[in-house]
Design a protein around this ligand. Sequence first.
Ligand SMILES: [Zn+2]
Length: 372
Amino acid sequence: MAKIKDIRYRTPRTNGTRSLSAIKYIARHHSATTSGDFNSFWRTWNERNGWGTGGYHEIILRDGTVELCYDPHEITNGVAGHNTPTYHICVVGNGSFTREQERVFDERCRYNMARLNVPISRVLGHKEFKGASTACPGINMDMVRSQLSGLDVAHASTPNPHTDELDYKKYRYGQTLMKWMGGAAVKRYQQDMNALGYKLTVDGSFGPASEDAAARFQADHGLIRDGIVGVSTQERITDELAKLNAPKPIKKEEKPVTVETRKEPLETHRAAWEWAEAEGLLNGERPADNLSREQYATVLKRQDERFEKMVREIIAKVVFGADRVVSASHRESWEKMIEAGMTNGERPGAALVREQLASILDRAGLIPEKTE
Ligand SMILES: [Zn+2]
């Protein structure tokens, strides 16, 4: 199994994408150099050719390591005029390749033939494409194809442990986004970031502001802060947008006991309510409120005081008859007694004690003098 160095997350790209079914060819290239990798080739591609996307999907380095540069749905710059239907694999070398590189090319080519549904007849060398004028790929392609057809078919269709290479499906924008890229995917990214509160001008151009927003988003969510919108950042953006759009959990209404503002008691309670208010047990406000225990204590205390007062009044009126009006049957005698100075005219209903009776009898001259 080839050693894979996945650099898809950081390779620049501006070409755009295609559907996998659009892929009809696998092209083999050589680098026409004796060494090098994506980074060193990038200078030529970008600075000399002015490309925004690299030349190949995969680069088989001199030691046989595979640099995964782009997912297959991205269009790279391998063969002018034939890039949309082609998946490009470059073998580093100049017409001479190591045994390990050939082994790895065989493995990678089979893997891509299987997953992209490309037959051997469409595995072509760069110079075999119509209109191409080059020495690339620096190897006899009939030999390469014969090598590919020589091994059993089962090998090619064995489930490949590199299936994670298809993880571009996790990309919200179909590809990694980074500085100086442009297009519809960048526009979508800018719209999403606006929705998440990172204010961006939606111009479809990934400039410093878009990069800064990405870095801030990454810092806010504990991601590696590199300003490159790769798969993990895109997955997180999707998550955060989902949270934003999720229906808000219904908050249980907290009802303070004093909030109820009904002004009138229910009819069933009206009579009792008015009585309680008239008695001064309640102040007649907010009849629907809950009653707290301390309020209940106050009600009890008022009720108790009211009872005490009532008892005092009853004692005053009934026992001592303080306010009693003289009854008709006793009125004449009572008034006579007042005139005669035998009583002060107060409390006609009060009980008469024996010492008071003695005074009355004495004032009336009815107590006999003691005889010798
Ligand atoms: Zn080439």
